[in-house]
Ligand binder design. Structure first.
Ligand SMILES: Cc1cc2nc3c(=O)[nH]c(=O)nc-3n(C[C@H](O)[C@H](O)[C@H](O)COP(=O)(O)OP(=O)(O)OC[C@H]3O[C@@H](n4cnc5c(N)ncnc54)[C@H](O)[C@@H]3O)c2cc1C
Length: 452
């Protein structure tokens, strides 16, 4: 632990990409940072979202997060869920912290848009987040979570990049099962890298011989509208059009490689019940004009399927005490991630602020909000030991910091007694969960040897 006596103590909720970045920025400026994480490991959607065929990227990102969190000014508090083990309002008003930063990501699947659908959860309806969690973890011997058995002919309602991953998971699992039935044990990563047909051809097999009904992805807009690549808001019209056309190519390539079916401009408008299970959906057609989607009346047709996966986006979990506007948190100042002002100001960063499921966006958001909190809110300067930061994000943060520099003096530093009291609470919780203070050793202890 550092011998520096910090004048500020900040709690960061959620230890992953954004949370670890903010913790690093503050800790390296002498702020004591308490990182509260619900899981034993801090990797968030890198571990539980990004599919495990991204073998190297996942390992690299795990280590980046480790490097950021392994700092003497950071108090890691694992296995601690805000809302269950610590109440948000108690953290904000009872702990005497300098600030709180919510980096808790977007873990709630947006509800399936047909009334009554949720009674079929696990009975014909699966949401994306638990499905991908299962896929990433089920090979571990110690895995005890829910188990899913993807079946041929499933339908996926979605359209974003993550829904491509869902479709791929279903195609890989059903293909591998069909191969196993023929005594062939193939590798999922190879299917992902080379594509299904090239792998099958090494066994002198063709896809149609496996007799698998492919899964089908339904999207409510047009292929051209799929958020498969970000189009910059200032892009000239010609470039916008070229980028939209590129989306058609991305989809075609994915379909050729992974052999799934696709239909655009279709939305679910009804449920087909089959013996207490969801047996498919009524799908209606839509019209897309001026950016708006209109459901065309009297166009519903039944689409029977043994499994429906909902992959229509993830939203932040509601937190009692955090004002909400619709699906998202209501910010006092969204540009700087400020949720609630006051003696313990509350900020947010990462997925929960950007609304984008993207590692780079989460990291940059962590950088910008972290620098803002350090320089503009707490008034602690860069000590020159920071590793280089993403330039764009840093410049934006610095500009905003200067704009509200008048508020710097408003944050009184904590007394040594106040800091000690907060650390007492931290130690108590760390003891309760068995965390001994050695970050690297803890990670070794709580990482299954077969985590992929
Ligand atoms: C299927 C899928 C594929 C993806 N593919 C890509 C890709 O190819 N490229 C890309 O850039 N991005 C991809 N992403 C998105 C990317 O992984 C995430 O956007 C990014 O990792 C989010 O980082 P974050 O730090 O903002 O949030 P998270 O990683 O979600 O971190 C939030 C942290 O907060 C913790 N937490 C949540 N609630 C609480 C609580 N109440 N108390 C305590 N702790 C809590 C969580 O356990 C977690 O550790 C994908 C995501 C999915 C689901």
């Amino acid at each position: 632990m550092s011998e520096i006596s910090p004048r500020y103590v900040v709690a960061v909720v959620g230890a992953a990409t954004a949370g670890s970045e903010i913790a690093r920025i503050l800790a390296s400026r002498g702020v004591r940072v308490i990182v509260i994480e619900q899981n034993p490991r801090p990797y968030g959607k890198i571990e539980d979202g990004l599919p495990r065929w991204h073998v190297k990227q996942r390992r690299d990102e795990f280590e980046e997060i480790n490097k950021r969190l392994d700092h003497p000014n950071i108090e890691f508090v694992p296995l601690t869920r805000m809302g269950r083990d610590i109440e948000f309002n108690e953290l904000r008003t009872g702990w005497g912290l300098s600030a709180i930063v919510l980096c808790n990501g977007a873990w709630r699947d947006r509800p399936f848009p047909v009334e009554g659908a949720d009674k079929f959860i696990e009975r014909g309806l699966i949401y994306q987040n638990p499905l991908i969690y299962w896929f990433n973890h089920y090979p571990e011997r110690s895995y005890t979570g829910p188990r899913y058995a993807p079946v041929p002919g499933a339908i996926v309602v979605g359209g974003g990049l993550a829904s491509f991953d869902v479709v791929k998971v279903l195609q890989f699992e059903t293909t591998l099962a069909a191969l196993r039935a023929r005594g062939i044990h193939e590798d999922m990563v190879r299917l992902e890298r080379e594509g299904i047909e090239p792998v099958l051809s090494t066994y002198q097999l063709e896809w149609r011989q496996l007799g698998i009904q492919p899964c089908k992805l339904f999207y409510r807009r047009r292929v051209l509208d799929m958020p498969l690549s970000d189009i910059p808001t200032d892009a000239p019209p010609k470039r916008v059009e070229a980028m939209r056309q590129a989306r058609v190519k991305i989809l075609d390539k994915a379909r050729r490689k992974y052999l799934f079916e696709f239909e655009e401009r279709r939305v679910p408008t009804g449920l087909i019940e089959n013996d207490g299970h969801l047996g498919g959906l009524q799908m209606s057609q839509t019209e897309v004009s001026g950016g708006q989607v209109r459901i065309l009346p009297a166009t519903a047709e039944p689409v029977h399927a043994p499994l429906v996966v909902s992959s229509i986006g993830s939203i932040p979990e509601p937190i009692p005490g955090i004002p909400q506007r619709g699906e998202v948190y209501e910010f006092v100042d969204e540009k700087i991630g400020l949720l609630i002002d006051g003696p313990t100001a509350v900020y947010a960063a990462g997925n929960v602020l950007t609304g984008k499921g993207n590692i780079k966006n989460s990291l940059e958001s962590g950088t910008a909000v972290g620098i803002h909190i350090a320089e503009a809110y707490l008034g602690v300067a860069d000590d020159g030991t920071l590793p280089s930061l993403a330039d764009g994000a840093r410049q934006v943060a610095a500009r905003e910091g200067r704009q509200i520099a008048s508020s710097i003096t408003a944050r009184p530093p904590l007394t040594a007694g106040q800091v000690a009291k907060i650390l007492e609470r931290v130690r108590l919780r760390q003891r309760e969960v068995g965390y001994h203070g050695n970050y690297r050793r803890w990670i070794e202890e709580v990482t299954p040897p077969d985590l992929q």
